[in-house]
Design a binder for this molecule. Sequence first.
Ligand code: FES
Length: 360
Amino acid sequence: MALRRFDLEAGGDTFAFKPETEEKIAFWRGKYPAEKQRSAVIPMLWLAQKDNNGWLSEPAMREVADRLEMPYIRVYEVATFYTMFRLQPVGKYHVQLCGTTPCQLRGAEKLKEVCQKEIGDIMYVTDDGRLSWEEVECLGACVNAPMVQINDDYYEDLTPETLSQILGKLKNGVEVAPGPQIDRVNSAPEGGATTLTDPSLFDGSRNSVATLPNLPSAEPAEAEAAGKPEAAAPTNTKREEPVASNTKTTLIDTGKKVETGERPAAVTIDPASYDDLKRIKGIGPKNEDALNELGIYTFKQIAEWTPENVDWVEDFMSFPGRIEREDWIAQAKTLAEGGETEFSKRVDAGDVPSSQEDED
Ligand code: FES
């Protein structure tokens, strides 16, 4: 951090805000009650700095103090504390180079050498008046370290070469696009996103409520109230394949007994005749496999499920209430009759990747 001193001579004796700045001053002062006007000191100093070629002269600070009816020393204290306020003349493009640890570890020292070589000492203004620089503390863009702020913009992910190019362009009056100077958007990974890239995350096809493994199918009290046998607690029973028969008690993958409802009738058909159950919203590849293991292959079978069948399947697949919530039966009826649903159209068009991949 460089020593910060007022330049008492360079600022002359007077300062006046530009007429067009008065509206902004009124805006900021309007945010505070009459007895708290001094709370506007930081935005007022910022506006004064903008109107004074990027730095705060002593008359500019006095003007702010007079307007806010503050002692001059209180305004000086604020202006000298924050490095966003410059106390000496600066170039048209003033570089604030972050030298704090993350930027330093990522090469800020080399960037300082570039500034020294291309511009000169800290706070020196080049003869053409275009460039100056100083070192500042963390500017809050550490993820894109090392970086500099030039006037109001951040230039990030710098190397000595890219910083040198930027300074060269600014010296020659060529504007440079701010932001990361490598192939990345804002603070996203270099080269593009590496996570959350599955379009199904954003197309609404995953809106169905997820279920938890081994979730009990119903609270015992609820089951009793419904006049049904109490749902069995999960056990460590050895896995057995489901049997395609109309039994009420079957061991399933999770190792729990299904004692709720009635198992739907299974059929045996030629695989060529299987319906694509994934055209039903809520049935992904895993659910389809599980249904096929139960001997359920067609829309017609699902369309004919009774409430007891629904209870049984929901218990078996550990997703209470989901079949009704997603309206599988109505969807199945439409599809069994050769119709289409909005969802099946999207599946048929290949717009639902989760209906092609293992997502459940
Ligand atoms: S350390 Fe440089 S931006 Fe934070």
